[in-house]
Every structure is written in C-alpha cells, then in structure tokens.
Design a protein around this ligand. Structure first.
Ligand code: URA
Length: 437
C-alpha cells in the first residue's frame, strides 16, 4: 500500500477500507508517513468527507494507537462524560462527585485547556496540593474505594490523535465533523468506560457555532459509540452566554462547590441535573432520567455530593479546608467592577468575547506553553434576560496585573448587549435536545 495512492483515492471521492485507514494511522503514528502526506489526506477528507464506516474505523485505529484501558476490575457500569467545551463550563467538577455519590463509578481523564480558561485539570490545580497524576493501579484502587478519580490524560492515550490534532491545527483541517468526532471518541473509547454521556455545546462560545452542526456532531459521535458497543447519549446544550457566573479557574471551583452545596446558579444546576440524570440512567442506578434527577437533588440536599467532593480531593492529596474557606484558594490582587453604561435588559452576553477577556486577564492560555493565573477571571453580575440599571455591576474582573484589566474591560463591556425592551424568554434555551440514536 502507498500513501500516495490513498491520498489520490480520497481526493477523487473514494471510500477507504478498514485496512487502508489502519495503514494511515499506524504508519503516521510510527513516523513512517510524513506530515506533508497526511496534511494532503486531511485536506482531501475536508473536501470529500468520510463515510460512517470510515469514521468508525478511524476512531478505532486512533484509540488502538496507545493504551486501551481495561476497567474490568472496577465493579458496575463505568460512565465517562465529555463536553465539547465552552466558557464557564465547570460541569465535570459538579457532575463527577455528584454521580459518584449516587453509586456510579466515574473514571475521568481530562485535559488542560487552550483558550479562554483552563481545562478541568487546570481548574483542579487551583486546589492546594491536588495531584492529577495517578498511576493506573492507583486510580483503579481509588475508584473501587470511593467511585471517583479525575486524572490528567496521559501521553499514552490515543497518541495518534495527539499527533494528528497538532497537524490539523496547523493545516486548517480542525473543523470537520468526522475528524472531530473520531478525535473525541477515540480518547473516550481508549479510556475504557462502558457508557459515554456527551455534552455538545452550540452557540457563540462553542466549537459548533450553529445548531445544525451541533446535531451532526452529536449524531456522529452517538453512532460511533453504538457501533463499537458503548452506550452513548449526547445532549445538545447552549453556549451563547457563559455557563453560570464564574469564568476562570479558582472562581469556577468555588461556583462548582456552591452548586454541590445546593446554592449554585440556576443554569449550571439545571444542566448538571440533566446530564447527571442521563449518567445515572446509563449506569442502571435508576429506571429513567426523572428518577435520576430526584435522586441527584436529594444527594445535593443531604450533603452527600459535597462530602464526595471532599473525599475525592483528599484521596488525590488536595487540601480540603478550602471547601469551607475559599480564601485558601489563589486570590487576585485586583478586583475591578465593570459598570453598565446604560439601563435596560441584557439581550445577550457574547460568550466568546467573555472567554477572550478571561484569557486576557490570565485565566487561559493562548499558546500551549503559557502559564495560567489560577486566581484570574470574571464573575458576571448579570445574565441574559436580567434587568440592569446604569451604573450597576455587569461583572467583576479578577487579575494580578492592572494592564490586563484595562484590555479586558473594553472587551467585557462590548460583550454585553443591553436594550430598553424586555427580551422574549424563549430565546434563552439551555437544553436543545437529547440524541440517543
Ligand atoms: N476536541 C478534540 O478532542 N478533538 C477535536 O478534533 C476537536 C475538539
């Protein structure tokens, strides 16, 4: 087989066999096929697409390129959750302990973030002492004992995807639905869970800016999961405005804790209950999502959810006193309120702009090598639909550098759309659909 012929085949609209996909992935991962040939093939994929069969084959070839975790030692149905990412998305910090408290074993491998804020691991690293690096035998033991471990994704997990993603990033071939689906699902499949719950975000602050693409991505990933024998369900959820009020690592940890204590923002709580209800249903703990929601609400109200969070952080070496005393988390030297320049109603808060403002404050990375300021970020004072008076606080900016505040302030003001008339409530949907086949 020659890579030249496979590029030509895809360029001319042909369909690859399983052997051909395996050939490309195996030989690219081992360095035999050079970047320039795979770049040409990726561009041909962007123009001519991949069939369902090719997409499943690509997913499995990438999953098999590294460790395939066997979680068989852990009793019960293991569930993994993935979000396609958005501004203020701290759902894993709430959901993982919440469903673990319901008896679902959750093994979560998470990444660091590139862009507006950190990823789940960066957020957890705001916690003094927290260790995201566990050996396989350690995290399996931990999940057997307390149902939960959240660890940093290792280099051995789907290395083909890592190499391919870096190439896609440099060749304008990231935004292609079969490539995105196979990239995400290869890592989920290699992580070993029996069931996968996906949160596919759509809107200004999401990867999939329009609903049609979000549906296509959700359906493709659900299809891949089913074909390879993993129970998979996807929720399509809104990312036009940030989720909750907090954007930034330590600030998001605090908001997640408040949600586990029963005091979180309505949208974050509602989304976590909905996603969590699907997780406990997939795990066979409840018969349906209504029962699931009732169970999860009870676990928040009786303190089991926050107790599970504490147990999880302690197991991974983190200090737990911050759970009652948020001052022990990294603190920003400057807290600058941004005031509204007009009165009216908030019609939109451009999530992507808020995300960029948070990044300017130091909460995210623009390059992989950048350091994160765990204390930096934004606390919104208003959400879409709220009434606002001139001079009221729209948001508070947290940073350790005055220059960063000035840059972010302009962006933040620009991100709020305030008009005199009341907006129609229906515009602010949180959950658009559930895709399970
Ligand atoms: N996230 C991934 O893991 N892969 C993609 O291709 C896009 C987003």
């Amino acid at each position: 087989m020659q890579m030249y012929d496979l590029i030509k085949k895809k360029r001319d609209g042909g369909e690859h066999s399983t052997e051909e996909i395996n050939y490309i992935i195996e030989n690219y991962t081992s360095g035999i096929i050079p970047d320039y040939q795979v770049s040409a093939w990726l561009m041909a994929v962007c123009f001519n697409g991949l069939s369902h069969k090719e997409t499943v084959d690509l997913t499995m070839a990438m999953a098999r390129s590294g460790d395939m975790l066997d979680l068989g030692e852990i009793p019960g149905i293991k569930v993994d959750k993935h979000s396609t990412g958005g501004v203020g998305d701290k759902t894993t910090l709430v959901l993982a302990p919440l469903v673990a408290a319901a008896g679902v074993p959750i093994v979560k491998m998470s990444g660091r973030g590139l862009g507006h804020t950190g990823g789940t691991i960066d957020k957890l690293e705001s916690i003094p002492g927290f260790n995201p690096y566990l050996e396989k035998h350690e995290f399996i033991k931990q999940v057997k004992e307390i149902n939960i471990a959240i660890i940093a994704q290792t280099a051995e997990l789907a290395p083909a995807d890592k190499k391919l993603y870096a190439l896609r990033d440099a060749t304008a071939t990231v935004d292609n639905i079969p490539l995105i689906s196979s990239s995400i699902m290869s890592k989920k499949i290699a992580s070993g869970a029996d069931a996968i719950v996906l949160d596919v975000k759509t809107g200004r602050g999401a990867f999939m800016q329009n609903l049609k693409d979000a549906y296509e991505l959700a359906r493709t990933m659900v299809e891949i999961g089913k074909q390879v024998g993993r129970r998979t369900v996807a929720l399509i959820t809104d990312m036009n405005q940030p989720l909750g009020f907090a954007v930034g690592n330590a600030l998001e940890v605090i908001e997640a804790l408040e949600t586990l204590k029963g005091n979180g923002p309505n949208d974050l709580r509602a989304l976590c209950l909905e996603l969590g209800a699907h997780i406990v249903e997939q795990a066979g703990v409840v018969k349906n999502t209504e029962e699931g929601k009732a169970l999860l609400k009870k676990l928040i109200d009786d303190g089991s959810a926050i107790y599970k969070f504490e147990e999880f952080v302690r197991a991974q070496n983190g200090s737990t006193s911050f759970i009652e005393n948020y001052d022990e988390l990294p603190q920003a030297k400057i807290k600058e309120p941004v005031l509204s320049e007009s009165s009216g109603y908030v019609h939109s808060i451009l999530a992507d702009e808020v995300g960029k403002a948070a990044m300017q404050l130091g909460a995210g990375r623009s390059k992989k090598e950048d350091d994160i300021d765990h204390a930096a970020g934004i606390m919104l004072g208003k959400k879409s639909g709220d009434m606002v008076e001139k001079g009221e606080v729209l948001a508070v900016l947290y940073a350790n550098d005055r220059e960063k505040i000035e840059l972010a302030k302009k962006r933040l003001i620009f991100s709020f759309e305030i008009k005199p008339e009341k907006p129609v409530e229906e515009r602010f949907k949180l959950i658009y659909d559930v895709i399970d086949r």
